[in-house]
Design a protein around this ligand. Structure first.
Ligand SMILES: [Zn+2]
Length: 184
């Protein structure tokens, strides 16, 4: 961040009174520009014993498989954002079944939230960001061809929970070491 979005003046890095860390502060209008982690919300869309995945048509990780998920927009709830992203990226209509996982990717300032969701019908259509959309049974998941470590983590937890018939809420940190789960 270089310039004040309120008045256009160049920003300075300084610790505001009462704060405990440097912020981007505008010396002209005194506005403090906070930077905070962003929320990515998505679904695990399930139809019978299979999960719907999207092959990415865009960088980063073009050609790798992912779950429908994207940045939460202003004015929508986590679940609404997840349903919207599932429609935009997979052309699929889902009903939310429950909050399933929250992952902290502290190193890049992202929080991922996934809901378990039921496909209303076996219909989908790749959106602009997807090259292909299809269902995968557990044995068919392209584990090494998943787009991001967080996708590997949530899918493997899901299949384990499904065998047990219980879906407890998951929360963990995802860091650089998790890249060993997928093909770099
Ligand atoms: Zn300013």
């Amino acid at each position: 961040m270089n310039f004040c979005s309120a008045c256009g003046a160049p920003l300075q890095l300084s610790t505001p009174p009462g704060d405990d860390r440097p912020r981007h502060v505008c010396p002209a209008c005194n506005r403090v520009h906070y930077q905070n982690p962003r929320i990515i919300t998505g679904t695990l869309p399930v139809y019978r014993d299979r999960v719907l995945l999207c092959k990415r048509a865009i960088e980063p990780r073009r050609g790798y498989w992912t779950l429908p998920a994207g940045f939460l927009e202003m004015g929508e709830s986590l679940a609404e954002g997840a349903i919207r992203e599932t429609w935009e990226e997979a052309g699929a209509e889902v009903d939310i079944e429950g909050l399933y996982a929250v992952y902290d990717i502290v190193s890049i300032g992202q929080v991922y939230v996934f809901f378990r969701a039921a496909l209303r019908r076996p219909q989908w259509k790749p959106g602009a960001e997807s090259a292909e959309v299809r269902l995968f049974a557990a044995a068919e998941v392209p584990w090494k061809r998943l787009a991001f470590p967080v996708i590997h983590v949530v899918l493997s937890q899901y299949w384990t929970d499904r065998e047990r018939g219980e879906f407890p809420l998951h929360n963990q940190r995802i860091d650089e070491s998790h890249w060993s789960l997928v093909q770099a």
